[in-house]
Design a protein around this ligand. Structure first.
Ligand code: C2E
Ligand code: CA
Ligand code: CA
Length: 694
C-alpha cells in the first residue's frame, strides 16, 4: 500500500486483512480454554491449586469474551472495525500476559515433569496461533511474546548448564516463530492487496469497457448521421453539377453559334465576308508559292431590290437561299462561295489554268441564275452581274482584289447587267467616281453639306425616350444624298474622319445646349481611327465644358473590330473617355467575335445587339438563344443592352420576353431631323406610336 492510498481504501484493505483473525478466534479461544483446563487439572493436586484455579479461570473468561467480541463483529458489526480490532488485541494481550504469569508461577513446582508438559503445551499453542493470529501482527506479538519471555526467564533463573541451553533454544525458536508469523502476515497482506488490485482492475476494466461501448455507440450514431448527410450532400452536388453542366453546355453552344455567326452568313450558311477575306489571303499565299493564278468573281443579283420591295423579305430571303444552293451545285467542291451581304456573293477560284476558265465558270453561273425561280408560287426571273479580278495581275492583297472585282461588277451592272466584266485598271470609271467623290468630300465640311439626324432609343416598358443615336448625313451639291456606308469608308481613307468626327461632337453638344435637353443621352458613332487619337478625348472634354452640358449625356459607340486590333491602346482611350464622364456603347455586337474576357476588362456600359441578330428573331430559335446568351453575359458583366433594328411587333415581343427594354428601330421611329426632336420629346406614348406611322 503506498503512502497516498486514500484512508477509506486503507480501511477496506485492513478489514480484508483482519477478517481471518476474527474467524479464527473461536478455534484459538477453544485451544486456550482447553489448555487452561488441562493445566489446572495437572496443578490441582499440587500446592498451586488455588492460583491455578484463578489463572485458568481468568484465561477461560477472557477467551470467552474474545469469542463473543469476534462473533459480534462477524454477525452484528455494530461498532467501527478499529473498535473491534483494538478490543480483540487488548483481550489477546491479557490472555498472553496471564499465560506469562502462569508460566512464571510454574518455575518452582517440585515436579519438573508437570512443568515441562505445561511448557510444551504453551509452545504448541504459541506455534498454533501463528495460523490464527498472524493476519494481524500486533495480535500475534501480544499473545506470544509475554509467554516466550516468561519461559526464557524461567530457564535462565534455573541456572544449570542444561537450562541455559534450553533458554537459548527458546530464544532461537522465538526468532523463528516471529519471522514465520511475519512471513505469513506479509503473504497474506500481499494476497489481500493483489485481490483488491485485481478487483479494482476488473472494476476499472468494466467501467472502461462500458465507457468504450457508449463511445462506440455514439460514434456509430454520428457515423449514421454523417452517412445520411453525405448522401444528401452528394445528391445536392450531383444535381448542382448536372444543372451547371447544362448551363455550360448552353453557354458553349451559344459561343459556338456566335463563332459560327462571326464567320458565316446566317441566312444561307455560307462563309461571310470575314471568312472570305481570310480564305482569299490563304489562297493568295498558296498561289504565290505555286506560281498559280486565282480569280475573284464578285456577283450581284440584278433586280433583287425590286423583288424584295414588291414581294417582301421572306420571298427575298428564300430567293437568296435558292441562289446559294444553285451556286453550290454549279461550282466545284474546292471553290469558295461566300455571301458578302445583301444580294452580293463572292466566288474564289484557285489554281486557274488560264483566265478562260474563269470566264466559263462565270457564264455557267449566269446561266444557272437566269433560269426561273419558283418561290412561294411566285415565278421569279433575275439575272446576275459578275466582276472578275485576277491574282496577281489585278492586285496581291485580298482587299484590293475584292475591291477591283467589285469595281468590275459595277461596270457589268452599268452595262446593263446579266453579264461578266473583267477588271480593267486603265478604264476603271468607278475609281474615277470614287476620286471625284473624295474631292467632293474634302469641301463638304466647309460647304456645310453634312448634317445629323437622330434616331430615338426608347424604353419599351414605359415608352419614354432614353436617348438618340446621332447619324451623319451628306447632301452633296453635285451627287445629292450619299449614304454613310459609302462616305464613311472614304472619310477614313482620306483621314477626314478626324475633322468630321470633331464636327459631329460639337454639333451634338450645341444641339443639347440650344434645345435645353436633359436626362436623355445622345450617342455618337466613332470610327476605329478616332479611337487611336487621345487628343480627341481632350477635344470632347473642352466642347462639353464650353457648352456646359452633363458629360453623361454623351455616349460613344465603338465597334468590335476595334477591340481586337489593339486592345491596350483602345483600353487607354476608353478609360480616358470614361473618366471625363461619357458612357461607352459597343456597337453591332454579334457581327464580329469578341471574347467576353476582353469586354470584362474594358469600361463598356452598353452592348448594342446588332440588327442582324434581331431580324426575324421570332422565327429563329437559334437567334433567340444567342441573344439570350448575350443578354445574360451583359447582365453578369454589369452592362446594359440596346436592341437595334427592331422592325416588327413580333420581334419586339420576343425581346420583351428576354427582359430587354431599350430598343431602337424602324418600329419606333426612323432617324428624324433635328427640328423634329423637340416635338418627339413632347409626345406622349400614343402620340409617339402614331407619329412613326405618319
Ligand atoms: P450603325 O451605327 O449600326 O447605325 C445604325 C444604322 O441602322 C443606321 O443606318 C440606321 O438608320 C439603321 N437602322 C436603324 N433602325 C433600323 C431598322 O429598324 N432597320 C434597318 N434595316 N435599319 C435600321 P445609317 O444611318 O445608314 O448608318 C449606317 C452606318 O454608318 C452606321 O451604322 C454607322 O456605322 C455609320 N455612321 C453613321 N453616322 C456616323 C458618324 O457620325 N460617324 C461614324 N464614324 N460612322 C457613322
Ligand atoms: Ca451606331
Ligand atoms: Ca449598330
Amino acid at each position: 500500500m503506498s503512502e497516498n492510498t486514500p484512508p477509506q481504501i486503507k480501511d477496506l484493505l485492513l478489514e480484508k486483512e483482519v477478517q481471518p483473525l476474527f474467524k479464527a478466534t473461536l478455534s484459538g479461544g477453544m485451544a486456550n480454554i482447553f489448555g487452561a483446563l488441562l493445566i489446572y487439572t495437572l496443578l490441582s493436586s499440587t500446592d498451586h491449586k488455588v492460583e491455578a484455579l484463578w489463572i485458568s479461570g481468568t484465561i477461560i473468561l477472557f477467551s470467552l469474551v474474545r469469542i463473543v467480541v469476534a462473533n459480534d463483529y462477524q454477525t452484528r458489526n455494530a461498532f467501527q472495525l478499529r473498535e473491534y480490532l483494538y478490543t480483540h488485541l487488548l483481550l489477546t494481550l491479557t490472555i498472553g500476559l496471564t499465560w506469562a504469569v502462569y508460566i512464571y508461577i510454574l518455575h518452582k513446582p517440585e515436579d519438573a515433569a508437570i512443568r515441562n508438559i505445561a511448557y510444551l503445551m504453551n509452545f504448541g499453542m504459541i506455534a498454533g496461533s501463528i495460523t490464527t493470529l498472524s493476519t494481524y501482527r500486533p495480535a500475534y506479538l501480544s499473545y506470544s511474546l509475554p509467554q516466550l519471555a516468561a519461559i526464557f526467564v524461567v530457564f535462565v533463573m534455573i541456572g544449570t548448564p542444561t537450562s541455559y541451553l534450553v533458554a537459548f533454544a527458546v530464544l532461537l525458536s522465538t526468532t523463528f516463530m516471529i519471522s514465520a508469523s511475519f512471513n505469513i502476515n506479509r503473504i497474506h497482506k500481499n494476497e489481500v492487496q493483489l485481490t483488491y488490485n485485481n478487483e479494482l482492475l476488473i472494476t476499472n476494466l468494466n467501467s472502461e469497457i462500458g465507457h468504450r461501448e457508449s463511445v462506440q455507440r455514439e460514434l456509430e450514431a454520428s457515423k449514421r448521421d454523417l452517412e445520411v448527410k453525405v448522401k444528401e450532400r452528394t445528391k445536392d452536388l450531383v444535381e448542382t453539377n448536372t444543372s451547371l453542366e447544362r448551363v455550360i453546355e448552353k453557354k458553349e453552344m451559344a459561343e459556338q453559334s456566335l463563332q459560327y455567326l462571326a464567320y458565316h452568313d446566317e441566312l444561307t450558311g455560307l462563309p461571310n465576308r470575314n471568312l472570305l477575306v481570310d480564305r482569299v489571303g490563304q489562297a493568295i499565299k498558296s498561289s504565290s508559292r505555286d506560281k498559280q493564278q486565282l480569280a475573284i468573281l464578285f456577283l450581284d443579283l440584278d433586280r433583287f431590290k425590286n423583288i424584295n420591295d414588291s414581294l417582301g423579305h421572306s420571298v427575298g430571303d428564300r430567293l437568296l437561299q435558292e441562289v446559294s444552293s444553285r451556286l453550290f451545285k454549279t461550282l466545284r467542291e474546292q471553290d469558295t462561295i461566300s455571301r458578302n451581304g445583301g444580294d452580293e456573293f463572292v466566288i474564289v477560284l484557285e489554281r486557274l489554268k488560264d483566265t478562260n476558265e474563269a470566264v466559263n465558270v462565270a457564264k455557267k453561273i449566269i446561266n444557272c441564275l437566269t433560269e426561273t425561280f419558283d418561290i412561294q408560287s411566285h415565278k421569279i426571273h433575275i439575272g446576275a452581274s459578275i466582276g472578275i479580278s485576277i491574282y496577281p495581275t489585278d492586285g496581291d492583297s485580298p482587299l484590293v482584289l475584292l475591291r477591283n472585282a467589285d469595281t468590275a461588277m459595277y461596270r457589268a451592272k452599268q452595262a446593263g447587267g446579266n453579264q461578266l466584266q473583267f477588271y480593267d485598271q486603265s478604264m476603271s470609271s468607278q475609281l474615277r467616281d470614287r476620286l471625284e467623290l473624295e474631292s467632293e468630300l474634302h469641301n463638304a465640311l466647309e460647304n456645310d453639306e453634312f448634317y445629323l439626324v437622330y434616331q430615338p432609343q426608347v424604353n419599351c416598358i414605359n415608352n419614354k425616350t432614353t436617348g438618340f443615336e446621332s447619324l451623319l448625313r451628306w447632301n452633296n451639291n453635285k451627287y445629292g444624298q450619299i449614304g454613310p456606308d459609302r462616305f464613311v469608308p472614304l472619310l477614313e481613307e482620306t483621314g477626314l474622319i478626324y475633322a468630321v468626327g470633331e464636327w459631329v461632337v460639337s454639333e451634338v453638344a450645341r444641339f443639347i445646349r440650344d434645345h435645353q435637353i436633359h436626362d436623355v443621352t445622345f450617342s455618337i458613332n466613332l470610327s476605329a481611327l478616332q479611337c487611336n487619337n487621345l487628343a480627341f478625348v481632350d477635344y470632347v472634354e473642352k466642347v462639353i465644358n464650353k457648352a456646359a452640358i452633363n458629360p453623361a449625356q454623351i455616349e460613344f459607340e465603338i465597334t468590335e473590330t476595334l477591340l481586337i486590333k489593339d486592345f491596350e491602346k483602345t483600353n487607354l482611350f476608353l478609360t480616358k473617355m470614361h473618366s471625363i464622364g461619357c458612357t461607352i456603347a459597343l456597337d453591332d455586337f454579334g457581327t464580329g467575335y469578341t471574347s467576353m474576357t476582353y469586354l470584362a476588362r474594358l469600361p463598356i456600359d452598353i452592348i448594342k445587339i446588332d440588327k442582324s441578330l434581331i431580324r426575324d428573331i421570332d422565327k429563329h430559335e437559334n437567334l433567340k438563344s444567342i441573344v439570350k446568351a448575350i443578354v445574360t453575359m451583359s447582365t453578369s458583366l454589369g452592362m446594359k443592352n440596346i436592341f437595334e433594328g427592331i422592325e416588327t411587333n413580333e420581334e419586339l415581343s420576343v425581346i420583351k420576353k428576354m427582359s430587354g427594354y431599350i430598343i431602337q428601330g424602324y418600329l419606333i421611329s426612323k432617324p428624324i431631323a433635328e427640328e423634329e426632336v423637340d416635338d418627339w420629346l413632347s409626345l406622349d406614348v400614343e402620340e409617339k406610336l402614331a407619329y412613326k406611322k405618319a
